[in-house]
Design a protein around this ligand. Structure first.
Ligand SMILES: Nc1ncnc2c1ncn2[C@@H]1O[C@H](COP(=O)(O)OP(=O)(O)OP(=O)(O)O)[C@@H](O)[C@H]1O
Ligand SMILES: [Mg+2]
Length: 278
């Protein structure tokens, strides 16, 4: 896999407040990357550096080889890497779902017949076929967030950066949005950069990067990262709830692997124990 996004010795300051310090990071095409870090560690800043909302104070960010500080490339960069934010209400622009999804490609001057195809595909990809004619403000938070994702998808980006997309959703909305994100990655090969506070969401990624004090503090597979519980705590984070539960079961004498990070892994491991004791 080639690199789609590259941070080359990137530092960023808001005035005198240095938020990122010499970040080197490569994100491969097709990868699902989760970005973690305590409040104020620079995750949103990093997201905004990818699609040129912010420019590095030092260093360079490249998207598909395009330098984000090259103004002539900005439109192409934003077509390549689309953004979804935390609050779905701030991302809805039209009064009917399908019009909202069509908004960005219309602004790009894309042919109406092509827009129709893209909008239908995008709405199908997020599972909102039954709501095409609905008013977005009448939808649930999770449905609105899926409208926002469809709006980005209609631009046919190669990468989607999602900044805490499930933070304002209830558990059902969170789970449906996560399902959409995983499917876009696995089935359509779209590169995903997911910023999240939920460890169980990060557990579903291919790789986790943790920001702390302006630097990349950890960079590895979810199993590698979450196997270091003390380290996670020292970074102001946790392990996924199911990992905590597994560790407690181990403490209580149940013979389980320590590297369980997804609920389905614990279910399988417990079923295996049951079969051998039945
Ligand atoms: N527009 C801004 N002007 C000045 N300082 C800012 C601005 N945006 C963010 N900061 C500061 O930069 C630091 C990093 O902020 P950022 O929003 O990137 O962190 P974050 O990891 O996304 O935090 P959170 O988990 O709360 O979303 C924080 O100290 C924040 O107060
Ligand atoms: Mg943030």
């Amino acid at each position: 896999m080639s690199n789609l996004i590259r941070f080359d010795n990137v530092s960023f300051s808001y005035g005198s407040n240095r938020v990122l310090e010499g970040i080197d990071l490569e994100i491969r095409e097709g990868e699902f990357l989760a970005v973690l870090g305590y409040n104020g560690s620079g995750k949103s800043t990093m997201a905004k550096l990818i699609n040129g909302i912010l420019l590095p104070t030092e260093g360079k960010v490249y998207v598909d080889g395009m330098d984000t500080s090259d103004e002539t490339k900005l439109a192409d960069i934003r077509k390549t890497a689309g953004m979804v934010f935390q609050n779905p209400d701030n991302q809805i622009v039209a009064t009917i779902v399908e019009e909202d999804v069509a908004f960005a490609p219309e602004n790009l001057g894309i042919d109406p017949a092509e827009i129709r195809i893209r909008v239908d595909d995008a709405i199908k990809a997020v599972g909102l076929e039954k709501h095409v004619k609905d008013a977005p403000h009448k939808l649930s938070g999770g449905q609105k967030q899926r409208v926002a994702i469809a709006g980005v998808l209609a631009m046919q980006p190669r990468c989607i950066i999602l900044d805490e997309p499930t933070a304002m959703l209830d558990p059902k909305g969170r789970s449906l949005v996560m399902g959409v994100i995983e499917r876009l990655n696995r089935e359509k090969g779209i590169t995903i950069v997911l910023i999240t506070h939920f460890m169980e969401e990060a557990a579903r990624a291919d790789r986790i990067v943790i920001l702390s004090e302006g630097k990349v503090a950890e960079n590895g597979s979810p199993k590698e990262v979450f196997s270091k519980k003390e380290r996670m705590i020292s970074l102001g984070l946790e392990v996924p709830p199911v990992t905590d539960l597994t560790l407690r079961l181990i403490d209580n004498g149940i013979d389980l692997r320590k590297d369980i990070i997804k609920p389905e892994e614990l279910v399988d491991a417990l079923l295996e124990i049951k079969e051998t004791t039945d």
